[in-house]
Design a protein around this ligand. Structure first.
Ligand code: 2AL
Length: 173
């Protein structure tokens, strides 16, 4: 898909295609559509990220709360978005044994209790051994720093999803 195609989309098509670039936040794609035309794919990505950066802290935390836990209840219930399912499966999180699942559930609960939002990590850049290690490490970070780290992970996830939609070479340039 090239940028002319993106710029020619009507509102409904654009939100259908880009609505889950930021997990379960189609409002962001809806807002980004108003910014067209986009000069290139990097420009399109910048608009998604600028929207996130401009939100008050409550909105940024809201975005984090739209993410399902890694290997969490939504996965067990088959309620993940198609993108999240693919990312978590790719990291090996759909095939954890019972002990690994329990350990991750405990760490996710501790993280949520400390920060008030779920632990977010770009699963495609990680794996089943690294996820609990990274979770345990970030659990001890100061809250303001952790919010920045988590939003950085949201952007990595969004970058990879855009790359899938638009062709990796263009979106990663
Ligand atoms: C996710 C998700 O759904 N995909 C991904 O890469 N990370 N969730 C999360 N809590 O980090």
């Amino acid at each position: 898909m090239d940028i002319e195609k993106v710029n020619s989309m009507d509102f409904g098509e654009f939100v259908d295609v880009f609505g889950n670039v930021i997990e379960r936040c189609p409002l962001i794609a809806a807002a980004v559509w108003s910014q067209r035309p986009f000069s290139d794919l990097e420009d399109l990505e910048k608009h998604f990220f600028a929207f996130i950066d401009a939100l008050p802290q409550s909105g940024q935390e809201g975005i984090l709360r739209c993410h399902p836990d890694l290997a969490g209840r939504e996965m067990q219930r088959g309620k993940l978005s198609a993108e999240s399912q693919r990312e978590q499966r790719g990291a090996g999180l759909t095939s954890l044994d019972a002990d690994e699942r329990l350990r991750l559930a405990e760490l996710n609960a501790q993280y949520r209790a400390r920060f008030g939002f779920p632990f977010v990590l770009a699963a495609r850049l990680s794996d089943r051994a690294a996820v609990p290690r990274e979770l345990a490490r970030r659990l001890h970070c100061p809250p303001a720093q952790e919010l920045r780290t988590a939003l950085g992970e949201v952007k990595k996830i969004g970058h990879l999803r855009l790359a899938d939609l638009l062709g990796a070479d263009q979106a990663r340039a």
